[in-house]
Design a protein around this ligand. Structure first.
Ligand code: NAD
Ligand code: DAU
Length: 365
């Protein structure tokens, strides 16, 4: 049966605080939300770390109902001020350190932002929630990851919402810590929190360090395509707009205190994904330095503690909230490759000195 918790006959305009709204998924969510609900107020809070990019939000900057604030989720004074002056009823919490390889190089920032930052945001929202104005409506949506469930064997069933947590990297451990805090704030204080645990996203505006953009960009500049280990690790891929659609139904109809898994039902081995990307590049790009692209594939040293397989069971979201992915992996990958081909001016400046230093640390050692 489909849940209609929190759904009203006449839709109430929401006032959202979107943390991490200048990152990959956050910015896709903001663009989606501003187009879908133009009368809602959307306030983005983002620290603009290396992964944050204000240009992602160019299409909505200047709109009356949109505001961008540069700041840190660990800054309690700023959070209190924003929640109050904007009378926020809905927090969509994306802000995080999100890259596993960086968490292996330097876990401290992950604990700070993902654990301490989420704690600070929860405390600020708890304080704000005491005011009667915002108490009627609203949600604290915590956007999390399937990586908190650990790694699957080849024949294990996909992760469900009741799979025990077993995070393996500093990144996933810090996300698991934040999930536990969010859960505790519902049970202890009655704060209307919801957690979503999603599989690997891909699409426009993803920072070059992640697998799909990295392969597209390296192919375009004629650099090796580094596949970790034996390339047999499996990920479950979801087009980013389908994730945004899932968060939309969760915000509108999700039940406080619940967790919802979000996945694409698209399990693919890394090496197969990279081969597919190479074929798409060969077909769609006119000026490739190396053709066929697959000549650039290089097996490199494995990621430390590399999880073998993730797979997500999204049946709860499908049956309770009537969500399912709308973009096939073939369509999504084509759209993504085309986006990186057509938006060189977006990614070229991101291959900065900082990025080159990071790249050498991970790939040349
Ligand atoms: P991202 O790294 O692209 O973006 C993170 C954003 O958070 C950036 O804009 C950054 O500037 C901002 N940020 C970082 N620290 C901050 C701080 N202390 N205060 C304020 N802003 C800060 O990440 P993403 O891939 O868009 O992921 C967004 C969220 O979704 C994360 O919580 C991540 O764990 C989760 N998630 C990601 C995926 C995926 O495949 N990318 C899948 C499932 C869940
Ligand atoms: O599962 C959800 C998670 O997906 C999110 O929580 C994370 O924020 C997001 O970064 C992503 O984590 P992964 O580690 O799965 O994504 P990444 O793109 O880094 O790697 C995908 C797979 O590809 C993984 O098995 C490692 C492999 N890989 C990655 C890179 C960057 C390579 O083989 N070579 C590479 O150069």
């Amino acid at each position: 049966m489909i849940d209609s918790w929190n759904e009203k006959a006449v839709r109430v305009h929401r006032r959202l605080l979107v943390t991490g709204g200048a990152g990959f998924i956050g910015s896709n969510f903001v663009l989606y939300w501003c187009d879908t609900y133009p009368d809602d107020r959307v306030v983005v809070l983002d620290a603009l770390t290396y992964a944050g990019n204000r240009r992602n939000l160019a299409d909505v900057e200047g709109r009356e109902n949109f505001r961008f604030v540069e700041g840190d989720i660990c800054d309690r004074t700023l959070l209190d001020k924003l929640l109050q002056e904007e009378n926020i009823d809905t927090v969509a919490h994306f802000a995080a350190e999100s890259h596993v390889d960086r968490s292996i190089l330097g876990p401290g920032a992950f604990v700070q932002t993902n654990v301490v930052g989420t704690f600070t945001l929860l405390e600020a929202f708890r304080q704000h929630w005491k005011t009667p104005l915002s108490k009627q409506e609203g949600i604290f949506l915590h956007v999390s990851t399937d990586e908190v469930y650990g790694s699957l064997g080849p024949n294990d069933p996909a992760f469900t919402e009741t799979t025990p947590y077993a995070p393996n990297s500093p990144y996933s451990a810090s996300k698991a810590g934040s999930d536990h805090l969010v859960r505790a704030y519902y049970h202890t204080y009655g704060l209307p929190t919801i957690i979503t645990n999603c599989s690997n996203n891909y699409g426009p505006y993803q920072f070059p360090e992640k697998l799909i953009p990295l392969m597209c960009i390296n192919a375009l500049i004629g650099k090796n395509l580094p596949v970790y280990g034996d390339g047999q690790n499996v990920r479950d891929w979801l087009y980013v707009i389908d994730h945004c659609r899932a968060l939309d139904v969760v915000i509108h109809r999700g039940k406080p205190g619940e967790t919802y898994n979000v996945g694409g039902n698209n399990e693919v081995k890394n090496i197969d994904l990279v081969q597919t990307l190479c074929e798409l590049m060969d077909k769609l790009a006119t000026d490739l330095p190396v053709r066929p692209c697959s000549n650039l594939i290089t097996f490199v040293k494995d990621r430390q503690g590399h999880d073998r397989r993730y797979a997500i069971n999204s049946n709860k979201l499908k049956t309770k909230l009537d969500w399912s992915p709308s973009v096939t992996v073939e369509e999504g990958l084509r759209l993504t490759v085309e986006w990186y081909l057509n938006n060189r001016d977006w990614w070229e400046p991101l291959l900065s000195e900082e990025y080159q230093t990071y790249y050498r640390q991970v790939y040349v050692s």
